[in-house]
Design a protein around this ligand. Structure first.
Ligand code: GLN
Length: 310
């Protein structure tokens, strides 16, 4: 019997067992986790509810949809693209293959930005923040939700990505409250890094999770990652070309004392530290993520007089 030839009604527990078995048969690692995640996503429930409600009969269409999802997963499509959603911080973001799937490492970047924002006071009550390469909008929308006073702008080179980011801003809204969904006030702009920003614009913080994979890494991507947009992954043959452009251009759009925050690949810490110092950035710091790997860079604008020397 193939998965699509199911005849009788099935319970949550039966379907889950079959699903996990199917993924195992296709040699998938973590078959249990994947099987659970797809069914949770489809039923919009938590993992423990799958087991608490193991005896519940599922509508036939749900079973068929689940099996279709399993087949796509076995062909290498990431769960988030199959379900059209990804968890990031406290929110659920809509994602399609036009945008990078938000990663837990990037939550660490958002935490560092929030920490910084919490330590300072700002002219306009809240910080003015620019998110460069917003993708699904996960960074910009989370910041808007957590920082009610902040004025947030977000740019991306891809119009399709901006569509998704706008939708996430509308759906998640300020403070993650759907009733305020219309009011994020994020300004979205199609731009290759800073190209289309008005020359007079200045921010307190510029933040980014830039593409940072090298040509070598792109040629050896795990199958799931190869489903994500190259535009969001590829940082140039050496991997750091986009980081170099970001570090060279950001100073022109920061207020004096403004801060640049961005994510890097775990082997790019030393190179990035050197680059930023050469470009005249101050207070250059590289933070390690929860796996102990270099992940987030912070630097203060070189024209700053308030920050002293580094
Ligand atoms: N800002 C998005 C994220 O962090 C997209 C980043 C990208 O496309 N490189 O997931």
């Amino acid at each position: 019997m193939t998965l699509t030839e199911t005849e009788a009604e099935k319970t949550v527990g039966e379907v889950l067992r079959e699903g996990i078995g199917f993924l195992e048969k296709h040699g998938m690692e973590s078959a249990r986790v994947l099987g659970e995640r797809l069914l949770e996503g489809l039923l919009d429930c938590s993992r423990h509810e799958l087991y608490l409600e193991g005896g519940r009969i599922l509508p036939r269409e749900t079973v068929e949809t689940y099996f279709a999802c399993l087949e796509r997963r076995a062909r290498g499509v990431p769960c988030q693209y199959i379900l059209g959603k990804a968890h990031f911080m406290d929110f659920v973001f809509r994602v399609t293959p036009c945008v990078l799937i938000p990663r837990p490492e990037t939550e660490f970047l958002v935490e560092k930005i929030l920490e910084e924002a919490g330590m300072k006071s700002f002219e306009k009550g809240g910080p003015e923040i620019l998110d460069v390469g917003t993708g699904s909008g996960n960074i910009a929308v989370s910041l808007a939700a957590y920082l009610p006073q902040a004025a947030i702008s977000a740019v991306d080179i891809s119009e399709e990505a901006l569509e998704i980011a706008r939708e996430n801003a509308r759906r998640i809204g300020r403070r993650g409250d759907a009733r305020n969904a219309a009011a994020t006030g994020i300004e979205f702009l199609k731009s290759d890094l800073f190209d289309r920003l008005p020359r007079t614009k200045r921010f307190d913080m510029i933040v980014s999770n830039p593409p940072y994979l090298s040509g070598e890494e792109m040629r050896n991507l795990p199958p799931e990652v190869s489903r994500e947009p190259a535009l969001a992954l590829f940082g140039g043959e050496r991997g750091t070309e986009l980081i170099e452009r970001l570090a060279a251009g950001a100073g022109d759009f920061l207020k004096p004392g403004g801060i640049l925050f961005f994510e890097i690949g775990y082997e790019q810490g030393d190179m990035t530290r050197r680059l930023l110092r050469e470009l005249g950035w101050r207070e250059v710091e590289v933070f390690r993520d929860y796996c102990g790997r270099d992940r987030v860079v912070r630097a203060a604008d070189f024209r700053s007089t308030a920050c002293g020397t580094d």
